[in-house]
Design a protein around this ligand. Structure first.
Ligand SMILES: C[S@@+](CC[C@H](N)C(=O)[O-])C[C@H]1O[C@@H](n2cnc3c(N)ncnc32)[C@H](O)[C@@H]1O
Length: 324
């Protein structure tokens, strides 16, 4: 039965195969091949292996014949396949997650018992180096269902003094955003220190994160549509949840929503229009607001819709004091 020594045999085989490779993926394939009948089988698999590797990695990955030296470096993790060599940012394909998570099911992640238990030092270490200091600024923007974090990244430099956070239900997607922010901080010293992300279910835990009147902007960009009527209760905008958002927003605070699903666009607008604590933002204000331009361009979903020439439906509302 092949042993660890097979790794060397496999390596010399790889030397004449110009491939795109990552240590973990290659090793998985090599071990599979070895388990399937030894090194001879591996030679037969060479072309498939090469193609599979090319499928698996993009042009930013290490290219060319693999020398043993390069393998050594890769095995020591000096080149992480998760990080693009050119941009130094994490690559999305390694953080693929299920298309949807059920927001009504119970997931297991830590939740702060109240907003004063949110660990600002963890999220914004440059602003809050120690946990015993008094926090003179609080999170003001929340991107609900932030996905891969495109909006937050744009907002971070547009509002460098404002603390903001993304809330995302899917763990791998949250992990990607975390890595993305950390990489941007390393590449751009002093920047992106005001942005963070948390894995949570915004439909359940908003009041655990934010005090009454704390937020000045909330974003709901391309939320999951939950088409079937029986699933409408999974939608992140609903009359009942708007009560919570109204509690969390300051007077004058703004809710931004956008979708490419017309029916959902109407639903979100109807909910907001029918709520006594929200009022549509006027056209002149929308035009003057730099954030509005980002709604369709900054997020990954927005970019996908634009690429496909899709329509979008936005509703932007302001938190007001209800008239008696
Ligand atoms: C269609 S994606 C849009 C992502 C991003 N806003 C964009 O425009 O690219 C919707 C995101 O909301 C997340 N999501 C859905 N329900 C959620 C909830 N209750 N709490 C937090 N995130 C949620 C999903 O996991 C998904 O990443």
């Amino acid at each position: 039965m092949p042993s660890a020594a097979n790794t060397n045999v496999s390596l010399s085989l790889s030397q004449d195969a110009p491939v795109t490779a990552s240590p973990s993926f290659s090793i998985t394939l090599l071990l599979q091949a070895v388990n399937n009948g030894g090194v001879g089988t591996l030679i037969c698999f060479k072309r498939t292996l090469t193609l599979k590797m090319k499928d698996h990695f993009d042009e930013n990955t290490e290219q060319g014949s693999l020398s043993t030296v390069k393998w050594g470096k890769m095995l020591k993790n000096e080149v992480s396949p998760h990080i693009s060599k050119t941009t130094r940012l994490p690559r999305k394909r390694f953080y693929r997650a299920r298309a949807h998570s059920n927001p009504l099911s119970d997931s297991h992640f830590p939740v702060p018992v109240s907003p004063c238990h949110v660990d600002y030092c963890l999220h914004y270490p440059q602003h809050f180096p120690s946990s015993d200091q008094t926090f003179n600024s609080k999170i003001q923007f929340a991107d609900i269902g932030c996905g891969f974090g495109g909006l937050l990244i744009s907002l971070s430099t547009l509002f460098p003094k404002t603390l903001m956070i993304g809330m995302e239900l899917r763990d791998k997607v949250t992990e990607y955003v975390k890595e993305r922010i950390l990489a941007l901080r390393v590449e751009n010293p002093g920047q992106y220190q005001n942005v963070s992300v948390v894995r949570t279910n915004s439909m359940k835990y908003i009041p655990n994160y934010f005090e009454k009147g704390q937020l000045s902007k909330m974003f709901f960009l391309f939320p999951d549509p939950h088409f079937k009527e029986k699933n409408h209760r999974r939608r992140v905008i609903s009359p009942h949840l708007l009560d919570e958002y109204a509690y969390t927003l300051c007077i004058g605070g703004i809710i931004y929503t956008i979708t490419d699903v017309e029916e959902l666009g109407e639903w979100m607008k109807d909910c907001l229009e029918g709520h006594p604590m929200f009022e549509a933002v006027r056209d002149e204000e929308l035009e003057a607001d730099p954030v509005v331009k980002l709604l369709s361009s900054a997020t990954e979903e927005g970019q996908k819709v634009a690429r496909n020439g899709g329509h979008t439906f936005q509703a932007v509302y302001k938190r007001v004091v209800p008239s008696l």
